[in-house]
Structures are given as structure tokens and as C-alpha cells.
Design a protein around this ligand. Structure first.
Ligand code: HEC
Length: 124
């Protein structure tokens, strides 16, 4: 009897662990599916695009000694370089993939930059 109880307890525990692990997704795409939760309305330069650049680009593309001469920390430069920036962050052929040596920007952040770009890159 004792062995049976131990066995039952062990298999119960195993099942519980398997269930917990099976349900645990910390992958951004599972937690925040782009279609369901990426809100691209109300995207602005100062509130959306500038913070993305600050977090992912300005370390190498600040106004002082910018890599490849591309400055990402002010509106005028971002507008002037958007064609190359867009190609790079989307990993398009013919462009260096950015951010360099780091994960591609999330689909949602790319969608937000795209929405701002399509709106004519307003100073907002
Ligand atoms: C770790 C440093 C680093 C980070 C972070 C980084 N870059 Fe770059 N970037 C470079 C370097 C260095 C180059 C020159 C080309 C090369 O060596 O790949 C470059 C080149 C570029 C170019 C020119 C590429 C071309 O093919 O015309 C663009 C545009 C660019 N980066 C945009 C960005 C943007 C936008 C981000 C943020 C999403 C970013 N970079 C993040 C270092 C970086």
C-alpha cells in the first residue's frame, strides 16, 4: 500500500509539473499576439518612436560619433534616414540588419514605427 501511495503521489506531482510548464509561455509573441494587442493608433514621434530609438539605437547612433553616420536621436535625422532605417530594422536585403548584434525589434514596435512613417513622420 505504501508503495502504491508513493507512486500515486509521484505521478500526481509529475503531472502537475508538466501541466504548469506546459501552460507557461513567456514568449512575447504568445503573451502579446500582434494582431490582438498591438495598438498602432495614437503613435507619436516623442511618445513612441523616440523611446524605441533611445532603447535600441542611440547607444551606437547618438549625435556624437554615430555609427555609419546615421543619427537616430533626433527627429530631423530619423526623417532624413528613414529609408535606410526602415530597411535595416526590417532586415531587408541590401541593408545591414539592426539593431546590430541584437534581436530584431518586436513586430509591434516595427508596426508602430511603420504607422508613424506612413503618417508622414509628423513632429508630434
Ligand atoms: C551595437 C551598436 C549598434 C546598435 C545598437 C545599432 N546600430 Fe545601426 N549600425 C551600427 C554599425 C557599426 C553600423 C555600420 C554597419 C555595420 O557595421 O553593420 C550601423 C549601420 C546602420 C545603418 C546603415 C545600414 C545600411 O545598410 O544602410 C542604419 C540605417 C542603422 N545602423 C540604423 C540603426 C537603428 C535604427 C538601430 C536601432 C533599431 C541601430 N542601428 C542599432 C551599430 C549599431
Amino acid at each position: 500500500m505504501k508503495t502504491l501511495k508513493t507512486l500515486l503521489l509521484l505521478s500526481g506531482l509529475t503531472a502537475a509539473i508538466a501541466l504548469i510548464q506546459g501552460c507557461y509561455y513567456d514568449n512575447e509573441e504568445y503573451l502579446y499576439p500582434v494582431t490582438a494587442s498591438c495598438d498602432t493608433t495614437g503613435v507619436t514621434y516623442s511618445g513612441t518612436v523616440a523611446p524605441i530609438m533611445a532603447a535600441n539605437c542611440n547607444g551606437c547612433h547618438g549625435s556624437t560619433a554615430p555609427s555609419a553616420g546615421i543619427v537616430t536621436d533626433n527627429l530631423a535625422s530619423v526623417k532624413a534616414n528613414m529609408a535606410r532605417i526602415w530597411g535595416s530594422v526590417n532586415h531587408q536585403g541590401g541593408y545591414q540588419a539592426m539593431p546590430k548584434n541584437m534581436a530584431k525589434l518586436s513586430d509591434c514596435n516595427l508596426a508602430k514605427i511603420g504607422a508613424w512613417k506612413n503618417a508622414g513622420m509628423p513632429d508630434n
